[in-house]
Design a binder for this molecule. Structure first.
Ligand SMILES: [Zn+2]
Length: 671
């Protein structure tokens, strides 16, 4: 097996490396969520860290990785004898694929064997495999809600519960949880964000020299992995030793009361919910102190911890930019900085003698020599430029796209409001969500059926027994107990809710007129976008104005991206309605190929007037069969009713723009 890329050789990504190291030092930090664009070597760094974790001793033959010194008393492979033989093995790195089933994650009883052969066989899942190692979920934001819940419950409790028709098993499952996500592809639900200890934003460096060094090292590694690893062996050994040393002293690091109060004041200052932020920040600060070789938590430890633990907890609204306001952080730290005399330990550690708030000093690693790349981690992390750059990128996305030809004007959007639920008719088979009716693995059971060739997706016991009952005499049953055959098996048919593709087609032409009108349109679409986010839909945005229609946002799960494009959307020019509809039909055709089970919902936001371009009737015909809604934006005392005419052609429901908010208000009044 090829060696993994050395952790020490990773260029840049200081926050990510530090967050992983803090988790390696203290299991109580609670994992890392890595947010960032594709191609930033996120998974390389995670794999590299796993290779740095100390080996673990396990009971030989135990599939649940029990520690021989303290075996899990409830271990399904146990009970283990006190003198059970142990074996050393590397800490495991288990990858949870996005499409994994519940059985794959938590393990399963082979119910088919149990029923037909009478054998009770439990197959451990990935949570068992990850125990005492790293569980890595690439694209955690695309993981099914139900799996995320199971995963985070196990992560929080350190125990995996498997409750099935006839079996109830529990086993220890403590692991370092690392998730990655590309925010462009959709957000994680806020309550789940909170379950990750730390978050880091990563982006590839824009520094040409650093980029060149990344490529140079990658080339060298790919050409000769062993030789490359050998050249970094000393750095890696020093890093592993430093992690081990930090782990050893972790328990004796002191968190003075004044520092604890500083942590709680900072958390309160950032208006985070609940106490989890305070706990995680405290654990991370202690871990950072241990990593720095200190036995008392300092201001710098609190600052580093807060910067990694708070960004995802202060977010109120999926449209807010990520990141933490570092100026506010420093102000809060200044206000709550204990007087020096209050610290009984005094400036014991030479690293701290620079005094609180001293500049970006470069603390030497506790190992003294050779740890240049380690110690640059920690000094880099106090440099505010990293995350500042991240914020800038997001601002750029939302504000920087006003340029373009023709007469135009960028109207602001108001605060989003709740919108009525728009649904696709019938029952679909799309991914689970919260919009239209759908068949899936996790809904309410509405019936049973004979499993397809792929084997049963769960077993419905009453239906299975009923299927077997009439054949008992013929099968020669004499005593108690049923004689079951494979073809008796019945699986449940479930119905729940599916997510859809909500494609907005927005008229941004001059006919939509005044700035106030466009503000109302943007506010309505923003509200519909927020609703789509909460219902776990994919969203897309087609805009038509001037000479043509453009796909402003290809279908994505990122509502943030949709909101940013919408806010920056300019208005003006003629109204090529037919092009808008034709472009929408193209988008839907491609998406049908890419994601055939996801049913579309078309939301056309327009006053229905077409002042340029092709034949609207023909364009509308290409959208036949698609559930559509026309949001009628016409206003004023004299109305032409053009939106109604368009709705007739599309077979769409019409919602007047101003009713979107009113419907909700009326419903509230009525209840
Ligand atoms: Zn065991």
């Amino acid at each position: 097996m090829n060696p993994s890329y050395p952790f020490s050789a990773v260029v840049g990504l200081a926050d990510l490396k530090l967050a992983l190291v803090l988790n390696a030092v203290s299991s109580r930090v609670g994992g890392v969520l890595v947010r960032g664009e594709k191609g930033t070597a996120k998974s390389t760094v995670v794999r590299a860290l796993a290779a740095q974790l100390p080996q673990v001793a396990v009971v030989a033959g135990c599939r649940f990785h029990c520690d021989p010194r303290a075996p899990d008393p409830g271990c399904p492979d146990g009970p283990h004898a006190p003198d059970a033989a142990g074996a050393l093995r590397p800490a495991s790195l288990v990858e949870l694929p996005v499409g994994a089933s519940e059985d794959r994650l938590v393990g399963s009883l082979d119910l088919e064997r149990a029923l037909t052969e009478g054998v009770k066989a439990f197959e451990p899942g990935l949570l068992a495999a990850a125990h005492r190692g790293v569980l890595y979920v690439d694209e955690v934001n695309l993981l099914h809600d139900h799996l995320v819940d199971l995963l985070l419950d196990a992560a929080a409790l350190g125990v995996c519960y498997v409750e099935r028709e006839t079996v109830s098993i529990r086993h220890a499952a403590r692991f370092l949880l690392v998730g990655t996500m590309n925010p462009e592809e959709g957000e994680l639900r806020p309550q789940l964000l909170d379950r990750f200890g730390l978050t880091v934003e990563v982006r590839a460096t824009r520094e040409p020299d650093e980029r060149a060094e990344v490529v140079r090292r990658r080339f060298a590694f790919d050409a000769d992995p062993e030789g490359f690893a050998a050249r970094w062996a000393a750095e890696e050994a020093a890093l592993a030793a430093r992690i081990a040393r930090a782990r050893a002293v972790l328990g004796s690091v002191r968190l003075p009361d004044s520092r604890l109060r500083q942590i709680t004041a900072v958390c309160a200052g950032f208006e985070v919910d609940g106490l989890r932020a305070d706990l995680v920040t405290a654990h991370a600060a202690v871990a950072h102190a241990a990593w720095q070789g200190r036995d008392v938590v300092t201001r710098e430890d609190v600052r580093v911890a807060a910067r990694l633990a708070l960004p995802h907890r202060r977010r109120r609204d999926p449209f807010d930019a990520p990141g933490l306001d570092e100026r506010l952080l420093d102000e809060l730290l200044d206000q709550t900085e204990p007087a020096v005399s209050e610290d009984p330990e005094g400036p014991e550690d030479p690293d701290d003698s620079g005094g609180p708030g001293s500049g970006p000093h470069r603390p030497e690693g506790p190992d003294g020599s050779g740890g240049s790349s380690d110690s640059s981690d920690s000094s880099d992390s106090s440099d505010s430029s990293d995350s500042g750059a991240g914020d800038g990128a997001l601002d750029g996305a939302s504000g920087g796209s006003g340029a373009g030809g023709g007469p135009q004007d960028v109207a602001a959007a108001g605060a989003p409001f709740r919108v009525p639920v728009l649904k696709v008719a019938g029952v679909g088979a799309g991914v689970a969500g919260r919009r239209s009716s759908g068949r899936g693995r996790h809904g309410r059971t509405i019936g049973t059926r004979v499993p397809s060739g792929a084997g049963p997706a769960g077993i419905d016991l009453p239906a299975t027994l009923l299927a077997a009952a009439p054949h008992q005499l013929r099968r020669g049953r004499r005593g108690p107990g049923l004689v079951l055959r494979r073809d008796d098996l019945r699986e449940p048919v479930r119905e729940g809710r599916e997510g859809n593709l909500v494609l907005f087609v927005v008229d941004a032409s001059g006919s939509m007129g005044a700035r106030r009108r466009m503000t109302a349109v943007k506010t309505a679409v923003l509200s519909l976008l927020l609703d789509a986010y909460q219902r776990r839909d994919k969203v897309g945005l087609v805009v038509f104005r001037g000479a043509s229609a453009t796909v402003a946002l290809p279908p994505t799960s990122s509502v943030e991206a949709g909101a940013a494009r919408l806010r920056a959307l300019p208005t003006g020019g003629r109204t090529p309605l037919a092009e808008g509809l034709a472009t929408a039909a193209d988008v839907l055709r491609v998406e049908r190929l890419r994601d055939p089970d996801r049913r579309p919902l078309l939301v056309v936001v327009t006053d229905g007037r077409a002042t340029s371009g092709g034949d609207v009737t023909r364009a509308a015909a290409a959208l036949a069969g698609v559930t559509s809604v026309v949001v009628d934006c016409e206003s004023g005392p004299v109305r032409l009713g053009m939106a109604h005419a368009l709705a007739l052609r599309l077979g769409a429901r019409v919602l007047p723009l101003e009713s979107l908010g009113d419907l909700v208000r009326d419903r509230r009044k009525a209840s």
